[in-house]
Write a protein that binds this ligand. Structure first.
Ligand SMILES: Nc1ncnc2c1ncn2[C@@H]1O[C@H](COP(=O)(O)OP(=O)(O)OP(=O)(O)O)[C@@H](O)[C@H]1O
Length: 220
């Protein structure tokens, strides 16, 4: 049984008479202890796929299983419950609550996943270069700091599946290697990691690369 299974996912968007087929029959799996990099040009469907596999969006066709449990076409409450127990998620829309500090956002994530561990907060913030911003509110962070705080939140509860959209987009090289270290530690711990990325350095360290083009998986 895989940590994540996507079966023949389709997703269409309509604006007026125009239809965009963002996903056209995408199937893949993600094993425990595996890092998979999702690559492809802008508009190829990466973000749509991440939203569908986490149950934040519903595919128009196909389905997603999380550790063998069907996530697709469940009630919102059930999807939320499965998501809280299985996923750490950083999408482009962000994952920080604006009325909470960076540290409070991390603690909330741990509470939601029922894995509170205050000892982990400082080392985690340090590793993303944000210890000095623990008491800051999201509105006080730069773009790069926001992305790193969001990644710390997604990692906070050691989720069985980490899903992150461009986790190293706005970081310098040193921070990127530290973040890659986090992903590799997850691999060692048998946790699954799915990363949409344009970073060659990151894709090279993945166990597998899945490349999307026009909503389909293609070979390089
Ligand atoms: N909510 C939406 N409404 C209409 N069209 C959408 C919507 N979301 C995505 N699309 C379209 O679906 C296609 C896939 O978009 P998606 O954001 O998944 O691509 P991407 O590979 O993540 O791109 P990027 O690398 O630029 O983030 C694009 O043509 C996009 O314009």
């Amino acid at each position: 049984m895989h940590a994540l299974d996507a079966h023949e996912l389709y997703r269409f968007f309509h604006i007026g008479d125009d239809e965009t087929a963002a996903l056209r029959g995408v199937s893949f799996h993600l094993g425990a202890g595996e890092i998979v990099a999702l690559t492809g040009p802008s508009g190829s469907g990466k973000s749509t796929l991440l939203s569908c596999v986490t149950g934040l969006d519903e595919p128009d066709g196909g389905h997603v299983d999380v550790s063998g449990v069907r996530l697709t076409r469940r009630s919102e409450a059930e999807r939320t419950r499965i998501r809280a127990g299985s996923f750490g998620i950083l999408l482009q829309s962000g994952n920080l609550f604006g009325h909470l500090t960076v540290e409070q956002n991390l603690r909330l994530q741990m509470l939601l996943a029922e894995k509170e561990d205050r000892e982990r907060i400082a080392p985690l913030l340090e590793s993303v270069g944000l210890l000095h911003r623990a008491a800051a509110f999201p509105s006080e962070l730069s773009g790069g700091e926001t992305a790193r705080a969001g990644l710390a939140v997604a990692l906070a509860a050691d989720p069985p599946i980490l899903v992150a959209d461009e986790p190293t987009a706005e970081v310098d090289r040193d921070t990127e290697s530290r973040l890659i270290g986090h992903f590799e530690a997850r691999r060692e711990a048998g946790l699954a990691t799915l990363l949409a990325t344009h970073s060659k350095a990151l894709a090279q360290r993945a166990d597998r690369v899945i490349r999307l083009k026009d909503g389909r998986i293609v070979r390089d």
